[in-house]
Every structure is written in C-alpha cells, then in structure tokens.
Design a protein around this ligand. Structure first.
Ligand SMILES: [Zn+2]
Length: 251
C-alpha cells in the first residue's frame, strides 16, 4: 500500500484503541468489519473541523487504506502526550502494584512509586518539577514576604498594576481594568475562591464588571486576602473606590 506511513498503537483516555500516524495524527476506532479489518477516523472528525481522514487496518495492523485529508494543524504535542500516557499505563499493567496504595498518599510518595515502575513517568515528573521551580520565586512563604515593589507588578506596557498593599491585603488592578471599572461600575460582581489562593493566604478575591456593548464580563481587580476579617473587605472596597474617585467617577 502507501509508503512511509508510520503506525503506532496508543489508547484513548478511556482505554479504547487509538492509532497514531506519523507521530502527527490520532485516529480512534470507528467500527470493525466482518473480515476483522477496522476503520479508524481522525480524532478531528468529531470537532468543528469534521476532518474526513480515515485509515483501515487489517487484523495484523497492516494498512489496507489511508486517506489523508486532514484539514487542520498537525497534533504533534497532543500525540506525544497521548503516547506518553499510553506507555505509562502499559508499564503499570506489566508490573504488579500493591493494592494498598491509598489515594491520600502525597504526590511525592506516589511519584516515587511510579518512577520505579515507569521510567517515562520520572522523566515527565522531573520536567514538570524543573519547570515549576523555574516559574515561581520560592522566596515568598508568608503574606509578609510579599514585596512592596516587584518586577512582577508591571504589565507588558510597564504600567504598575499593584495598587494597594497592607498587612492583610494586596490588590491588583491595571490602568485598563481601572478604566473599565470606572465606566461600567453600575453592576459589580464579586467572587472569592480558596482553591487558587496561595497557601499563605485565605482567599483570592476578584471583582468583575459587565460591559453591555460586548455582552461580556471582565475582571476588574484581583486581590489576595490574608484573612476574612470584615475590615479587610472594607479596606478592599474602599481602595478600589478610591481609584474611581481619583478618576473622577464616583463622588
Ligand atoms: Zn484529521
């Protein structure tokens, strides 16, 4: 049949068979014919692309037919993630794992186990950790460590967007967010989350405004709160309002 088609067998997240072609495209099984050959469709078939590519393999995984009609970008990263996951699952299947592993085990303990039975996992994990370490300055361990000045408080346009900090609270708002806030403060929405708040803080708090012209919500400020004292919230709103007074909006 066609030359230079490289086939790899992988699996979907649900464990169904997946065919990788030339490390660029993923194909999921569509159906099996009476002669045991199987038809696979490009995974972009089910997206808006409705990619028409398909490949037919016999039961020895030889190519009977390949129609390469991809109408989308190659999915090399997507493919390598899929293959890596498959390899990890395969390695785990090959080895007996003690069944008493408790889900509450911390990440590191589990990672060590995983690293022993699956070398690929170690590579992925060390890559992840290297990137995490690179990304976050490790010198902030408590709320008090948050600096008053930092290169991270500047926007791409070199505007300062850290507008207030005391011992309980730090507020971020870019000049553009202040502009939005001042023009669309008729309805202000606020929400707090604990999930994404830094460990040393109590809550991440955002305000949002609604811009009718675009039928869109925009985030107009982001704050990190050290505690849930009422005075902390009062300071937060007082400071945001102060900016508006400076812009001459709220009187
Ligand atoms: Zn395709």
């Amino acid at each position: 049949m066609e030359d230079n088609i490289e086939i790899e067998i992988s699996e979907t997240n649900r464990g169904n068979e997946q065919i990788i072609i030339n490390k660029k495209h993923k194909f999921n099984i569509s159906f099996q014919r009476k002669d045991k050959s199987k038809i696979y469709r490009c995974t972009e078939y089910k997206t808006l692309n409705k990619c028409k590519s398909l490949i037919i393999l016999n039961d020895k995984k030889e190519v009977l037919k390949y129609e390469s009609l991809h109408n989308h970008l190659e999915k090399e990263i997507d493919v390598s993630i899929s293959v890596a996951k498959h390899k990890i699952k395969e390695e785990i299947k090959k080895n007996s794992i003690p069944m008493d592993i408790k889900p509450k085990h911390i990440f590191n303990a589990v990672s060590q186990e995983m690293g022993l039975i699956c070398p690929e996992y170690s590579t992925i994990r060390s890559q992840i950790i290297r990137n995490i370490n690179k990304q976050f300055p490790p010198n902030i361990k408590s709320f008090d460590d948050i600096p008053i000045e930092s290169e991270y408080y500047k926007t791409k346009r070199n505007e300062n967007f850290m507008i207030f900090k005391n011992t309980d609270l730090i507020i971020f708002q870019s000049p553009f967010q202040a502009y939005l806030f001042s023009n669309y403060h008729k309805n202000i929405f606020a929400d707090g989350t604990f999930y994404t708040a830094p460990k040393f803080s109590y809550q991440l708090f955002i305000t949002r405004i609604y811009v009718g012209e675009f039928n869109m919500f925009y985030t107009s400020s982001i704050s990190i709160l050290k505690n849930k004292k009422q005075s902390t919230y009062e300071t937060l709103f007082k400071e945001i309002k102060k900016i508006q007074i400076n812009l001459g909006v709220i009187h």
